[in-house]
Design a protein around this ligand. Sequence first.
Ligand code: CA
Length: 230
Amino acid sequence: MAENNKGSMKFVVILTVVVIGLVAVFVVLDSKNNSGSESNSASSGEPISTEGQPTIGESDAPVKIVEFGDYLCPACKAWSEQVFPLLKQDYIDSGDANLTYINVLFHGEDSELASSAGEAVYKQAPDKFWDFSKQLYAAQPKEHQEGWLTEEIIVDAAKKSVPSIDIEQMKQDMKSEEIQQEVQKDETLVKEQGVQVTPTVMINGEMVEDPFNYEEISTKIEQAIEESNE
Ligand code: CA
């Protein structure tokens, strides 16, 4: 009898530990969802705040695509040259989707410099932001090369995309508190969304597994369009 009691006591103790463990897991998950910090909200489908960010396409498009990119990242150059034009042609120009660009600073000071330039161009000529992005990615060497990004390259890309740009103003803006805050705002989004690779692409708040898999992307977009019609 004593043995039996011990046995059932053991069982109760184990069960209690398991229950406490489960409760702890739920509490952790819940607090993560509530705070939105450090959690990968990709699966939660929470929309990302894209207010004040460069966005191409209709503002009320049913599908919101977000690209987390870094002008210093070779894969981002490839994505902007291979995948972005397809998205623009198939879904953005038709009004089904819009796309927002968020800076990622994985390449340190050079990323910060390029991001500040992008934000400064966006401030002066919002509708030319994508031309500037294209020019800056075009300037990225095909072969990996440290330190390729110079002020000269930035100025050249800015002039090519916005012939009327005030370069002195742009340089001042790049160092301004206002632009630094914009860059910081992006950095906060990167952390909030748990972005770990560039490019990272989200469709209506859901992370795309392989941003170079156009079939996956278009399937997700088509689904999102259908859902918006329901
Ligand atoms: Ca931004």
